[in-house]
Structures are given as C-alpha cells and as structure tokens.
Design a protein around this ligand. Structure first.
Ligand code: GAL
Length: 677
C-alpha cells in the first residue's frame, strides 16, 4: 500500500524540482508518474530530441528515493506531427476533423500515427528503460477520453473494411449477419461498406455493433504496439494503463490482457456530478461523492488482469480537491481525500497516486487543485495524503511489533487482488454497447443498471468481485448478471455447471451475437436456466410507475421497463398490478423483469444471497464495510456519527487497530479479525 503522485517537471522551474522531490518524499509519497504530455519538450523539432531536462528531472526524483512511472507521451502529439500529417487526426460523427489545441486528437486507425507512436515510444523506452528508478510504464493516457474511441476518418473506414473481411470472410456472410435485406441495404463488396454514420435515420444496429467492436479492437492494437516496445526495451517493469470512470467505449477486459496492472483515475465528486445520479443524489453526495462510485470501479478494475497478474490494480489519479471539468465542481469535505485513499486500499489497491502534485496556474486545468497550491503551499489534499502515510506506518509498526499479528502489507501480499469475495457481478462491454445502440426506452441505461445493482449488493454488506464473462466462476456462491443482454453460450454453460445462485436482470440474453433476436426469444440461451420466455417488452416513460407486489407482502415501485413473461417452470415471487410476473425463481436462477428501485433490488438480492448461504445485512445508511482477508475496513460517508463493530463469531474475534467503534462523519476505521484459539 503505497502513495504516489502525478508530476509535471516541464511545468515548473528546474530550480524547484529538488525541493518538490524532497517534499514528496517527506509527505510519504514513493511513486511519481511523469511524462505523459511532454512530447513537445522531448522532441521539439522532428527527430531532434532534448533529453537534458528530462534526464535531470528523472535524476532529481531518483536522488530523493522516488520510484518512477514513466509514460509514453502519445495522448498529445505536438503541432509539427499534425501539420506534417493532418490525416492522422480523428474525425467525429458529423464529419468534423478533431483539431489541434487540446489533446487526444489522433485517430486510432491512422497507420502513420501508429508509426509515430512506435517511434516516440521506442525513443523514451530506449532512453529510460533501464533506469533504476523506473519501475513501471504507463501507455498513453486515458484511452478514449473526450469521446475519442470512435473516429470516422478515411483510415478508420479502410481499417473497418479489412476488419470485416477478417471476421466474415465474404460479404454475403456480412449481409446475412446484419440482415441487410431489410430496406435494401445489401452490399456487393467490402469496398461498398462505410462506417455507420450520416445515415438518414438510425443505421443498421448490427453494423453499429460491429463498428463498436472494430473500434475497440483498434484501441487494443494501438496499445499493443507500445506494450511490445516497452517490454523489449524495459524488461521486468510493470506495463500499465490508466482507465477512466463509467467509461465503456472499448473492451477493458480485452485490453487488460496485455497489461501487468490495471490502473484507473478516480474522481468521485466529478463522477457524482456528471453521470446518471438523480438531482437529490447529486446534492446529497456533492462533497463526499456517492459511496459506491469509487468502490464500483475498484472492484471492476481489480477484475481486469489475469494469470500471474490476476487482481493487480492501482489508482493512478486520485482527486485531491475540487476538479475543473465536471458541470459543477464542489470542494470535498475535510477527511474525504483520506477516506477515498483508504477505501482504495480496502479494495486491494497496491498504489494510490494523486493527480496532481501542484495546481497549475495556467492553461486548461488551472482550476483543478493539486496536493500543493500554485504558490507551493500545501493544500488540504496534501495534508490528508501525509496523514494516510502516517497511519500506514503506524499500522505497519503495530502489526510487526505484535507477536501474534502479521503485517497488513504481508497479509495483503499473500493474497494479491482477491480476498475471497463470494459474490460475482458479471459486466460485459458488448452487452452495454447493445443496450446503447438499441435502448428502446430513452432512460434504459445498462451501465446505470449495473451500478445500481452493485450498489444494492454493497448496501447489504456483501463484498463483490466484478468479473468478465470469460472469468472462472466456480468459487462464487452468488453470481449476478444485471445487464447481460448478449446471449453468451459459454457463460450459460458455466452457470449451468456451477451450484451458485444466479440473478438475471431485465433484457438478459435478449440479443444474439449479431445483434438480433435469439431463435428461442429472450432470455435466449438462459431460458432453460430461468424457466421462462419473454414475449413482449414495454419501456415506461418518466412518471409511469408500476407497482411490484412481493409474494411475502409489501410492494415497491418499478419504472422504465417491464416485460411480459411466460413461465415454463419458474415460480412467481412478485407480480405487477395486472398480476403478470415481475420476479421469478427457477431452481437456482432468479429473474427480474423490470427496473427496480433500490429497495426492490435489495429485496431480490437478499433472497438470493440467503439461498446462497451468505449473510446479507442492511447496513446503516452511507456506511460501507469491506472485508479484505483478516482486515475489515469501515467508512462513514454520512454526516452523522455512526457506531459499527464487525460481527464476531465462535471462530473469530475482532480488534480495532485504527479509529474506533464510533465513526465521526467522513471518518473510517480498520479492524483485524483474529482467529480464536
Ligand atoms: C484525467 C486526465 C488528467 C487530467 C485529470 C483532471 O482524466 O488523465 O490528465 O486531465 O483528468 O482531473
């Protein structure tokens, strides 16, 4: 559990670097990420490299004992790259070229930009690949940020035609898969196929889905070129990328197979303002962030890397104070920077790195805070980062001096990434694309559904692993598929073979791979598991609420969506007003035929969790608890004092090692569960 920071030596006078490095070290920071936007300083003129300043910056940080995460600077190609080759620019859906003057202006399909990216990656990897301070490499920066995965350039069009050829072989197969007989869309050759834009009304959904798949593969291919160069010139260092929050434009599971560590950029207040939360939630969590936004992504990105790196993840950018880019940018309450940092460690982060060291007084992000203010004084985030460092040291000493205890670090290292969650939530990027392409109701947001179900699981006190549909599922007791719209035969086989309780959300299995209705109707391959068929669906406009009447008594509200299902074996556990099934169970499989509110989801998940032999509990509002090996972490996101002590058993007692049973607002505690002799 280490702290890091993102630093831009090129923004500051070299006279400050030494003091900065020492100040970082004394704040408890040990990792520094540099270089991701520095191309114009590294190579000011084509082919003429200026390494002197970067050598000196690297050496200064190294002398202070800091470890470096070096970056490839390809997110910001300088003006001369663009002027020499304007065709490398991305083109948006309206046909506008995405020009120079901010960042991420390249098209992932441009062959000449691939060459530029390989050239600059080779140059920095060759220069610093063997440096003793360099422990990791970050490829590029936030692939896809500012909606840049989908490009409609000439290069993208040619690459898409090739991709189709490789995937389908002949154009007749494409015609059949896409159903192009509809509206006379048939193609005679691959050369006739364009990207699915500028159509009069919606483009063919299968065509759109393939374009999403193609664009995702382009990001993966772009990244892979850099990864191969970095592994060659800098063997033994971790190769990482920094993913984003609530971002699904490429398949992160696929891309992570080329990484050693999945990292992500955590901006809890920015995400609370900019995503699908209700106005009440945006106000309520304006200064703490929604408790489950960081946790959801921690659990998601922990599930990315596989093999020897299974479960390895970091926070590469942690919000240190107000940011500049959300619609509204409140300041976090005192204590939140500390709480978010600990929350990441509680979910298994190896490193939490703040963005950024010092607030820049110039350019686009001048309103974005850092650990220091522009005048070099320490800002609130810096004070709280130092506090976390002191607490980590205290725990380290406490556990090493305790003859019966082992160090937290050692216990976490013994079980990297996975601490034995019994609940898996499956997240599938192609399913999310399917729902975006054909929402059927304007507010059917599949990503929101995944998040709301996750949030309900967490408010029941359950630890969750978010996994891909390719993951091994045998150790889970409860497997939840909130929005698995894609009919996925191999996943279905796994679910059939396991003895876990399985919860399927609305629209499960409602599309075959090629974005068409499955032969057996929804839920397609999952029909036998669920013991039912969906015969008709309705989306419900805002204001049209349905009531769900639970078999055991009580009712909740459902909105946005309802299905008419016919049971062929499933028993009905809840009905709509008209008596049609809203929630069913067939052996181990539970099916939800509507968009439930939080209490509805809690009810569904609690029943399935109990059947799975888990111990769900309703947690105090805005309190979150995680168990990680022998450690229990408790976080109070609320504005009131809360009392919480982990439940003991005949085999385990608990002892508080940080904080106490009484948690002040925005406070946290760490407990150690000790086996009884
Ligand atoms: C991230 C990005 C950083 C910086 C930061 C501001 O999305 O990677 O470069 O822009 O946001 O919050």
């Amino acid at each position: 559990m280490k702290l890091g920071v993102c630093y831009y030596p090129e923004h500051w006078s070299p006279d400050w670097w030494k003091d900065d490095a020492q100040a970082m070290a004394s704040m408890g920071i040990s990792y520094v990420r540099i270089g991701e936007f520095a191309w114009s300083r590294i190579e000011p003129t084509p082919g003429i490299f200026d390494w002197a300043w970067l050598d000196r910056a690297v050496e200064t940080l190294h002398q202070a004992g800091l470890k470096l995460v070096m970056c490839t600077p390809t997110a910001t190609p300088p003006k001369w790259v663009v002027d020499a080759d304007p065709e490398m620019l991305a083109v948006d859906a309206q046909g506008h070229v995405r020009g120079f003057g901010s960042r991420r202006h390249y098209c992932f399909s441009s062959p000449s930009y691939h060459a530029q990216s390989a050239r600059i990656t080779t140059a920095v990897a060759w220069r610093y690949g063997q440096h003793p301070a360099v422990v990791a490499w970050q490829t590029d920066n936030e692939y896809g940020c500012h909606s840049t995965v989908l490009s409609y350039s000439k290069a993208a069009r040619s690459a898409f035609r090739l991709w189709l050829q490789e995937h389908y072989g002949t154009v007749d197969v494409v015609n059949a898969a896409w159903g192009t007989v509809f509206w006379s869309q048939e193609y005679r050759s691959f050369e006739e196929i364009d990207p699915p834009v500028s159509t009069v009304t919606e483009a063919n959904p299968a065509h759109q889905l393939d374009y999403r798949r193609f664009a995702s593969d382009e990001v993966i291919a772009f990244n892979r070129i850099q990864v191969e160069i970095l592994r060659r010139f800098s063997p033994g260092r971790d190769v990482v990328h920094n993913f984003m929050g609530f971002f699904t434009e490429f398949d992160h599971h696929d891309l992570s197979q080329d990484l050693d560590v999945a990292t992500w950029d955590s901006y809890p207040l920015g995400f609370t303002q900019d995503f699908f939360l209700t106005t009440d939630e945006k106000v309520r969590y304006a200064r703490t962030g929604h408790p489950d936004i960081p946790a959801f992504h921690h659990d998601l990105y922990r599930g990315m890397c596989q093999g020897a790196n299974r479960g390895r993840w970091w926070v590469m950018e942690q919000q240190p104070g107000p940011v500049n880019w959300a619609q509204w940018n409140p300041a976090p309450l005192d204590g939140m920077v500390r709480l978010w940092t600990w929350q990441a460690f509680a979910h298994g982060a190896e490193v939490v790195s703040y963005f950024r060291w010092r607030q820049a007084p110039f350019a686009q992000e001048q309103m974005h805070t850092g650990l220091q203010r522009p005048d070099r004084s320490v800002d609130r985030g810096g004070v709280e980062a130092a506090q976390v460092h002191d607490e980590l040291q205290f725990l380290q000493e406490l556990t090493t001096s305790d003859p019966s205890g082992s160090a937290i670090a050692a216990s976490v290292a013994a079980q990297p990434g996975w601490a034995g969650a019994k609940t898996a939530l499956v997240m599938d990027y192609p399913s999310l694309w399917m729902a975006q392409i054909q929402p059927q109701g304007a507010d059917f947001n599949a990503l929101e559904l995944v998040f709301r179900v996750y949030s309900a699981l967490r408010s029941l006190g359950l630890d969750v692993d978010i996994v891909s549909s390719q993951a091994d599922l045998p150790n889970y007791r409860l497997i939840v598929l909130p929005a698995h719209m894609r009919q996925d035969e191999s996943l279905c086989d796994q679910l059939q073979a396991s003895d876990a309780q399985v919860v399927l959300g609305p629209r499960s299995g409602s599309k075959a791979e090629a974005m068409c209705i499955p032969d057996k109707l929804a839920p397609g391959a999952y029909s036998a598991l669920a013991g039912l068929t969906v015969q008709r669906v309705s989306s419900l406009p805002p204001g049209w609420n349905e009531s769900v009447h639970w078999g055991g008594g009580g009712q909740t509200v459902s909105t946005r969506w309802r299905e008419d299902i016919v049971c062929s074996g499933a028993s009905v556990l809840a009905t709509f007003d008209d008596g049609m099934p809203a929630f069913t169970r067939h052996n181990r499989t539970w099916y939800v035929a509507t968009w439930l509110d939080r209490s509805g989801w809690e009810r569904v998940l609690k029943s399935a969790a109990l059947a799975a032999g888990l111990a769900p509990q309703i947690m105090p509002e805005d309190l979150r608890v995680n168990r990680w090996g022998q450690w229990v972490f408790v976080f109070n996101f609320s504005n009131t004092v809360v009392m919480y002590k982990p439940e003991e058993s005949t085999t385990e007692s608990s002892r508080c090692v940080l904080g106490s049973v009484q948690l002040a607002p925005q406070d946290m505690a760490v407990w150690q569960m000790v086996s009884r002799p």
